[in-house]
Design a protein around this ligand. Sequence first.
Ligand code: ATP
Ligand code: MG
Length: 153
Amino acid sequence: MIFDSNYDLKDESETLRLAKGIASHLYPGMNLYLRGELGAGKTTFVRGILRGFGYQDKVKSPTYTLVESYSLEGFTIYHFDLYRFKNETEWDDAGFREHFKNTSICLVEWPEKAGHILPKPDISIELSHRALGRHLRLIAYTALGTECLKAII
Ligand SMILES: Nc1ncnc2c1ncn2[C@@H]1O[C@H](COP(=O)(O)OP(=O)(O)OP(=O)(O)O)[C@@H](O)[C@H]1O
Ligand SMILES: [Mg+2]
């Protein structure tokens, strides 16, 4: 960890607003992990990022397909939900490894299910339930991730 920041988000709209703010400081080639228990708000955060890039359609949770892709201007966002991830063979056969490249941004829910096969993230987004709303911790692991977090404070 090289930098971290914490937020209390009292409702869904605050989660979306913060995610939109982050989107304007993300670049192709970056990888973000989203951690937190079921219903913590990971997919909501992804929706906020996509809204930040101007994507207005439905954002489906890729629970069964493992990944959903969004073609934006000049790059692609891949949204993974690895809750049902089985094994490395399936990962390679489906070509998921090739999605991590410098013309895409990868947003990964449940990265812990795939363990060591994922590249390290620029930023980890950790959501947890609170009596009112959610607590959010952002942790940067790279220089690019740190720049992004510093820009939104
Ligand atoms: N800050 C917040 N305060 C209260 N509710 C929130 C907040 N952010 C998101 N939510 C709500 O939490 C619910 C679950 O959100 P979401 O589907 O994004 O969770 P998830 O972490 O992706 O779950 P899963 O692990 O099942 O994929 C949604 O109803 C959403 O509106
Ligand atoms: Mg989800």
